[in-house]
Every structure is written in structure tokens, then in C-alpha cells.
Write a protein that binds this ligand. Structure first.
Ligand SMILES: [Zn+2]
Length: 246
């Protein structure tokens, strides 16, 4: 009798992920953060809070259209940049919602998409993910580091551990919006240091929400290299053109 019931609802063909997803999405169905329509189930336990249409409207950073673009490194300290989207509508709404309104669901969407696409493309994974730290004053003002929250979601899906305490921002940098690329580089020099006594792995991916000139990430990569890292790449959710603040 019970076995006939199982056959009727076809439970035998369901994986634990699918069963868990039926339960979680029945309790809290995924909703699109951008248009409030139904989100996607995908292969995530809680689904993805972004609909197919809004995902398709997010402008890719380059080729492939539905993947992570490999961009030229903006400085010698960086071995490469992997970028998901352009910082343009509607991606900017996800990122400003996260940074300025504390909408952490945006970090989950961005982290999930970045991880999904990196894994799908089969990139060689680093030993550790290091979110770009905020200066203490900015951290106190915002209450969280958006890069660290995104990194936690990328880590849980890729299996690469996050180290948020290896690198620290020792100097607050002036707002970069009005600076030229050369001024931004000077502005970021000496802004990062390694926490004394910490072992620095050889292969590291820095993670940030938005890259503009890459001067902030380059300064962080320089500090990691001086401390022994051999390969430092940057993963970003979006690349912005000059003139956009980060
Ligand atoms: Zn939508």
C-alpha cells in the first residue's frame, strides 16, 4: 500500500535536494528581488530570488554571454579578473540595494550566480577566497562588508574557504569618484596589510562587488604578493566604467 503510494507520487525518483527544495520553496517561494515575480528553483535548496527575465536583462561583462568573462588584469600584481556583469541596470539596483539598504538577499543572488557560472566553466579554483576588506570606519558605518557576504555564498557553493581576517585595510582612502586612474593608484598605495603572523596561501582569489579601475584590488594583491602569494586573481560581480563609485 505504502509502496504503491510512493510510486504514485514518484518519490523514489526524487533526490534529497529536490525533496528539500519542495519543502523549502513551499514554505518560502523564491521571489525576484527586481520585479517581485516568481523566482527560480534551479539547483539551490532555497531557489534563486531572481526570475529568468531579470537574469537575462543583467548585462554580461563580456564573452561568454551567460558566463564569467575573463578580463585583462589592470595591474601587474593581479593575474587576471573574472567578472560576471557590467555595472548597469538592473545589476546596479541589486548592488546598491545590498550596500546602501542592507538588502542581503542581493548578496545571495550575486554569490549564487557567480559560483554557478564559475563552476560551469570549470575554472581552476583558488586555495582561498579573500573578500576586499572595508576600512574600519566604513565597516562601522555600514555594519557589514558586502564583499564578505557575497564571498560566503560563493564559498558555500564552490567549496573554496573564505578568509576574511587575512587582509586588513589600514588606511582609509579618499572617495575615488572624481580621481583619474593614476590618482586612484596613488590613493590606494599602502592601503592594505597582512595581519602579522598569518600564513598566506599561494593561490588566492580576491572578491569584490564592483571593480572600477581595479586600483583598490591591485593594492590588495600587491600586499598579498609581498607576503608570499604567487597567484592573485580578482572575482567581481560587476565591472563599472570610470566615474562610478565603489
Ligand atoms: Zn524579475
Amino acid at each position: 500500500m505504502f509502496s504503491r503510494l510512493l510510486d504514485t507520487v514518484n518519490l523514489r525518483n526524487l533526490s534529497w535536494l529536490t525533496i528539500g527544495q519542495y519543502l523549502t520553496t513551499a514554505l518560502v517561494p523564491p521571489r525576484c528581488l527586481l520585479c517581485d515575480g516568481p523566482g527560480q528553483r534551479g539547483n539551490e535548496l532555497w531557489g534563486l530570488d531572481l526570475c529568468h527575465w531579470c537574469e537575462a536583462a543583467c548585462p554580461p561583462a563580456g564573452e561568454p554571454q551567460r558566463g564569467v568573462a575573463e578580463l585583462a588584469a589592470p595591474a601587474v600584481a593581479l593575474d587576471g579578473v573574472r567578472a560576471l556583469f557590467l555595472y548597469d541596470d538592473p545589476v546596479d539596483r541589486l548592488i546598491t540595494g545590498l550596500k546602501f539598504r542592507g538588502d542581503l538577499a542581493g548578496a545571495r543572488v550575486l554569490g549564487t550566480l557567480l559560483a554557478r557560472r564559475l563552476l560551469a566553466q570549470g575554472f581552476r579554483l583558488p586555495q582561498v577566497l579573500v573578500p576586499l576588506p572595508l576600512h574600519a570606519a566604513r565597516y562601522r558605518e555600514r555594519g557589514f562588508n558586502q564583499a564578505a557576504v557575497i564571498a560566503a555564498h560563493v564559498a558555500s557553493r564552490t567549496g573554496v574557504p573564505v578568509d576574511s581576517s587575512l587582509l586588513r585595510r589600514v588606511r582609509a582612502t579618499a572617495p575615488q569618484t572624481t580621481l583619474s586612474a593614476a590618482e586612484r593608484r596613488r590613493n590606494c598605495e599602502g592601503a592594505f596589510s597582512i595581519v602579522p603572523g598569518r600564513h598566506v596561501p599561494g593561490r588566492i582569489a580576491l572578491l569584490d562587488d564592483v571593480m572600477t579601475t581595479g586600483s583598490t584590488a591591485a593594492a590588495a594583491a600587491g600586499a598579498l604578493r609581498e607576503a608570499g602569494a604567487r597567484h592573485v586573481e580578482l572575482w567581481v560581480c560587476a565591472v563599472a566604467s570610470l566615474g562610478t563609485s565603489r
